[in-house]
Design a binder for this molecule. Sequence first.
Ligand code: SAM
Length: 215
Amino acid sequence: MLQIKSKQRVIDHGEVFTSEREVNAMLDLVKQETDRIESRFLEPACGTGNFLIEVLRRKLDVVENRYKKSKLEYERYAVLAVSSLYGVDILEDNVIHCRKRLFDYFNERYTKLYGTECSDECRASVRFILSKNILWGDALTMKTVCGKKDPIVFAEWSAVNGSMIKRRDYSLARLLADDFGLQGSLFSDLGEQAFIPEPIKEFPLMHFLRLTDDE
Ligand SMILES: C[S@@+](CC[C@H](N)C(=O)[O-])C[C@H]1O[C@@H](n2cnc3c(N)ncnc32)[C@H](O)[C@@H]1O
């Protein structure tokens, strides 16, 4: 991929993309996590998702190696892998590009494995999750860019009893404030400060092939 789209975008938004070689060198530093299906990654100025696509590739390799014999198991874990990836970008075209790139990559691998057996429900779930996880926003103000400039809200997806998913929504500003120790004070079992953030919304359990915004 080209490192820049235009000089003006570099001037206006510092848009210079990271090369695949550098992305991989950096991800290798946390290889244990990139190979863990449920380990969550946020790319806060994601552009077209150069880091996220590589994390997805690594996670889908693990899913494929472990679960490809069962389509249902593959689908569960592939959806979980996608649900662990988060991105924000200030340019809408980058957000659309990033979502599509991640979806197309998932779909290419899924279709290659199961062909006509693939389910459109599974594709719809992946699309739905990407629409919640890759957001058009300003990572500095932690607000959305369009309309009322609401706080950026991310959905946390957790697998429950195999095929069910629990969704809890959190405000990014609150999550980061907690992470940097600006709220409350508890201690983790490693002796470090740790915080349990409060969700701003919880959803009933949903089947992973029937994800929706409905309560
Ligand atoms: C240096 S590029 C990096 C893109 C990608 N992470 C990569 O490594 O290839 C910076 C990206 O940040 C975006 N950006 C600039 N200011 C931002 C802000 N305040 N919030 C979110 N994204 C921003 C730009 O649109 C651009 O896509």
